[in-house]
Every structure is written in structure tokens, then in C-alpha cells.
Design a protein around this ligand. Structure first.
Ligand SMILES: Nc1nc2c(ncn2[C@@H]2O[C@H](COP(=O)(O)OP(=O)(O)OP(=O)(O)O)[C@@H](O)[C@H]2O)c(=O)[nH]1
Ligand SMILES: [Mg+2]
Length: 219
């Protein structure tokens, strides 16, 4: 479902509010489109987001939780002229996806800016780093201009998980949102494993991440 709902009316029916933040053109809207509708709109048809867009989706989680979780996702505008407005959309978020483009070096700096804003205003919001446009770096490794070591250090400082996604191919997009939902369910059930999910992994898929978490917690 997508709609032009306001932040307050949209909050009523969702389990977890998720906000997408990041520089203009990094791929936030494409990430949301892939997650909600499993589609990629042509790269020629770029339309910058004005203000924000909202959509929600119900996910069925696998065992052991076997729960359904509704994610309400706010896709914010990356343009700097919208920054003061963006605070309205991340207010009350339980998860924030800080998007950068793996092929645009300065986009990581913008993600750091948003991490600072969240630390000040929403310290309880769980943070996920998302390197978008993975397909471009897969096609041509020289196109990758964001250093994985810099991302890892940033994630370590934040206690955040790292995902690299392609909205074009769909790689890792479902895994990112499934991890957000799983972490939310674990956190709300008081399971200590929820804390382990905040550890750093450059995950290509959720299974690898879960295996890594198991190793880290020795369970
Ligand atoms: N190859 C490739 N292109 C992508 C991907 N994600 C987004 N793009 C393209 O990158 C451009 C920007 O994508 P958007 O999703 O609109 O970027 P945005 O972050 O929402 O930008 P603003 O709304 O201006 O903040 C578009 O032309 C997309 O088609 C991806 O995973 N792979
Ligand atoms: Mg957009």
C-alpha cells in the first residue's frame, strides 16, 4: 500500500515505523518500490522525492516467531532543502535505514549526518546502513567508490548492521526489511538475541547474518 498519509495517521496501524534517510539520488525511493511492489522503475525516469512518501507492508516472519509484522516505511526527500522537514518523518521511528550509494563517495558523509541527527533526537532508533546500487559495483568493481573499511568503521561506531542492496535486481532488499522486522520482534519480546542483531556484518543475505550472529553469541 502507498499513500500520502500524514505521519500521525499512518502510525496508528503499523507495528514498526521505519524511515529511509540519505543523500539525494542514492536510491531510497527505488528501495521502497522494490520492497513494497517488487519493481524497479527505469533509471531514466528519476523523479526526486518532494517532502516524503509513505507505504506499508505486512511481513510474515519465519519460525521461531511466526509472527506477522506491519512495517510502515517513510521514504524521505534527500534534497538539503527538505532537511528540517525530514525530522517530522523520523520522529518516533523504531528503525532508520541510512542509505548511501556504493558508487558515490560523498553519500556516506550524508549518512553520517543523519546518524548524528538520530543520535541527538531519536537515540532509541535502531540504525541500519544500506549501501544501495550494489548491481553497479558487481558489474564493475571499479565503480565502487565508497570504501568498505570506512563503512565498517562507521557501523562499528554506531553499533549498526550493514546491508548492500540492489533495487534493480532485488538483491538483499527483502533480507534488509526482514532483519528489521526480526530485530523488532526480538526486541519487543525481551530476547537478548535482539542485541546481537546490532552487530556489524557486511551481509549478502539474512541467512549469513543469522549464522554470523549465532557464532558471535555462541548459541
Ligand atoms: N543501477 C541501479 N540504479 C538505481 C538503484 N537504485 C536506484 N537507482 C537509480 O538511481 C536514481 C535515483 O534513485 P531514487 O530512488 O529516486 O533516489 P532517492 O534517494 O529517492 O532520491 P531523492 O528522492 O532525490 O532523495 C534513479 O535513476 C534510480 O533508477 C539500484 O539499485 N541500481
Ligand atoms: Mg526519492
Amino acid at each position: 500500500m502507498t499513500s500520502a498519509a500524514t505521519p500521525d495517521s499512518a502510525a496508528a496501524s503499523v507495528d514498526i515505523k521505519v524511515v529511509l534517510l540519505g543523500q539525494r539520488y542514492v536510491g531510497k525511493t527505488a528501495l521502497m518500490e522494490r520492497f513494497l511492489h517488487d519493481r524497479f522503475l527505469s533509471a531514466d525516469g528519476y523523479l526526486t522525492t518532494i517532502g516524503a512518501a509513505y507505504g506499508s507492508k505486512r511481513l510474515m516472519l519465519q519460525a521461531p516467531s511466526n509472527r506477522s509484522v506491519v512495517l510502515g516505511v517513510w521514504d524521505t526527500a534527500g534534497g538539503e532543502e527538505y532537511h528540517s522537514l525530514t525530522r517530522i518523518y523520523y520522529r518516533g521511528s523504531r528503525a532508520a535505514v541510512l542509505c548511501y550509494d556504493v558508487t558515490t563517495a560523498d553519500s556516506l558523509e550524508r549518512a553520517k549526518f543523519w546518524a548524528g541527527e538520530l543520535a541527538k533526537h531519536e537515540p532509541d532508533c535502531r540504525v541500519y546502513l544500506c549501501g544501495c546500487k550494489l548491481d553497479l559495483a558487481t558489474e564493475d568493481p571499479a565503480a565502487r567508490t565508497v570504501s568498505p573499511a570506512a563503512v565498517k568503521k562507521f557501523a562499528n561506531d554506531l553499533g549498526a548492521s550493514i546491508f548492500e542492496t540492489s533495487s534493480k535486481t532485488g538483491e538483499n532488499v527483502a533480507e534488509l526489511f526482514a532483519a528489521i522486522a526480526q530485530d523488532f520482534v526480538r526486541g519487543s519480546s525481551g530476547d537478548s538475541a535482539a542485541e546481537a542483531s546490532g552487530t556489524v556484518s557486511l551481509s549478502r543475505n539474512a541467512n549469513q547474518q543469522q549464522q554470523q550472529q549465532k557464532k558471535q553469541c555462541g548459541c
